[in-house]
Every structure is written in structure tokens, then in C-alpha cells.
Ligand binder design. Structure first.
Ligand SMILES: [Zn+2]
Length: 307
């Protein structure tokens, strides 16, 4: 494998300071509109679902209102199902898969579950097709007390009162070729560490919780997604992106110690989807369909194994 060129910002071996973060920020450009792509769709869902604003990110000159969508007739006797998308704003099918789930499937769960969807947790990054917020912070390492990321802090305030009542939480992500070409090199540069190239798996996979694994739940989600798109195989080392494959298309991370979104509640059933949109064998429609299928399968499994 070729030795990668040094990242264009900072000095190799030295973590970024304010000047490097500012330089990084100056290179980010707006590619798409949160208002046009997400808020318009959220508005269209208001006639059928309860939409509420749970926060606002102030990144002058822009502000980003944050919205959550609930199914109607919320009933405290029913289990809560949490769906989060766009924690990494560039992971497009996480956002649009969450909205597609609401539009096409959420009404099916009326009277059976309270479903809460936060479809675009990190809208600034959605617009810039980036992983970080404007402070060069990854929201998906920031779900912890006194979070340095406003995106994570807002979601924690939303779900905090429900934390012990959430039965299932599914967090919708993608693994992209740009992870390897841009975001992992940027992370290494930001933290003053060497960048070690790795491969990107071709296919869908899930991340379970090392501390509370639910292998049967994960396989139920994999089985549903496999009808829509292919599942990532293990590499020659038996791994996917450096973690051992513990079941068909499943790896594990210690969610809460890493500050990952999927660890934000005490849900019994937790998973993180990783769709691969750059596959020659996957279309954008398929990616959204895979996310929505994963959400439905996760809720169905949790309902069948509740109590
Ligand atoms: Zn992600």
C-alpha cells in the first residue's frame, strides 16, 4: 500500500491547536441545504406525527433548529423505541433512511410502541458532507457528561428523561470511501497521531455493544437488511475495520466508554447500522431502504422480546 501524503493541515506528530482548527474550518464548504432536504420533509410529516424542536445549534451566521418526530398517541404503558440519524452528517442514508422510516413505516407501530426519531442530529455537517462539527469535534465520540459537542448535548437532553424507558435504540450510519481518504487522515492529523491505512468493507454491517451484546437481535436486523443489500464479509484477518467479526456482519464496540450515540440510553437492544453507499452494488435508494428495513426489524424484534 502506498505511503499516504501528510494531511495538508498541521505538523505531523503534533495535535492541532486553534490555528489548525480555524484553517480546517476555512476549507469546509456548504454543499447542500438542511432546510431544503430535511426541514421541508419534517414539515410534511407534521400532519401525521408529532414534531417538536429539541434544540438549536448557533453557528453564526447560521442557526440550525433540531427536530424530533414522535408517533401520535404516545402511551406511557408502551415501550420507547429510539431512532437516530445524521449523528455523522455526511452519512446521507442515515438521515434520509430515518425520514423514510417515519414516512412509510412509523404509523404501523401506533398503539404498540412509542417511537421517537431524531433524523438529523448534526445538520451543519449534513450541509458540508463532513463528519465533525465546526469545532472539529466528532459528535459520535461526545455522548458523555458535559459534552463538548452541542449536537450530542442536545440529543442527551432530549432522551435523558426517557433513558431508562427506551427498550431499543438504533443509530443509523454509513461507512464510506471518504472515511479512508479524508476523515481518518484528518482525525490522525488533528490528534497528532500517525495515519494507518486500512480497508473499507464492501457491504452493510452492524455494531453491537461489547458490554451488553445482543447477538440474536443483531442477526434479526442483518437478516432483514440482507433482503435489501449485501452484508460485508470479514477480511482476511476475520475483521471489519479492525474489529473481530463476532457474527454475520456484526462487530462490537464498548459504546458508552467511547461516547458513542448508541450508548446514550439504557436500552436493552442497541445497534448501529453501517451502510456502504460507495459499493458498485448499492444505489442510494437501496441504502435508504436498508436503513428503514433495519429500523423496522429492530423494533419488531424488541416488541417480540419485550417484557
Ligand atoms: Zn458514522
Amino acid at each position: 500500500m502506498a505511503i499516504p501524503a501528510p494531511y495538508p493541515i498541521g505538523t505531523p506528530g503534533q495535535p492541532w491547536g486553534d490555528a489548525e482548527r480555524a484553517e480546517w474550518l476555512s476549507r469546509q464548504t456548504r454543499h447542500r441545504s438542511y432546510a431544503d432536504d430535511v426541514l421541508d420533509m419534517v414539515d410534511r410529516l407534521r400532519s401525521r406525527f408529532d414534531v417538536s424542536q429539541y434544540g438549536e445549534l448557533d453557528y453564526a451566521p447560521q442557526t440550525f433548529p433540531l427536530f424530533a418526530i414522535r408517533n401520535r398517541d404516545w402511551n406511557d404503558a408502551l415501550p420507547v423505541m429510539l431512532v437516530t440519524g445524521g449523528v455523522h452528517g455526511y452519512e446521507t442514508s442515515g438521515v434520509h433512511g430515518a425520514l423514510q422510516f417515519v414516512d412509510r413505516h412509523m404509523a404501523d407501530y401506533a398503539g404498540r410502541a412509542n417511537v421517537l426519531v431524531a433524523p438529523c442530529v448534526s445538520p451543519w455537517a449534513y450541509e458540508r458532507i463532513h463528519r465533525w462539527n465546526p469545532h472539529a469535534i466528532d459528535p459520535n465520540r461526545s455522548f458523555r457528561e458535559n459534552s463538548p459537542a452541542g449536537e450530542s448535548a442536545a440529543l442527551m437532553r432530549l432522551v435523558g428523561p426517557l433513558r431508562e424507558r427506551v427498550l431499543m435504540h438504533i443509530d443509523l450510519h454509513e461507512t464510506t470511501d471518504s472515511d479512508e481518504s479524508e476523515f481518518r487522515p484528518a482525525l490522525a492529523a488533528r490528534d497528532g497521531k500517525p495515519f494507518e491505512p486500512d480497508g473499507i468493507p464492501d457491504g452493510f454491517y452492524l455494531v453491537d455493544d461489547t458490554e451488553h451484546p445482543q447477538p440474536e437481535f443483531q442477526q434479526a436486523v442483518i437478516a432483514a437488511v440482507e433482503k435489501v443489500t449485501h452484508i460485508a464479509p470479514a477480511d482476511a484477518k476475520g475483521e471489519i475495520i479492525g474489529s473481530p467479526v463476532v457474527g454475520h456482519g456484526v462487530i462490537r464496540y464498548p459504546l458508552r466508554p467511547l461516547g458513542l450515540c448508541a450508548g446514550v440510553t439504557d436500552a436493552k437492544y442497541k445497534t448501529t447500522t453501517e451502510v456502504y453507499p460507495d459499493s458498485p452494488r448499492a444505489t442510494p435508494v437501496q441504502c435508504n431502504d436498508a436503513q428503514a428495513a433495519a429500523v423496522c426489524a429492530a423494533i419488531d424484534y424488541a416488541l417480540a422480546h419485550a417484557g
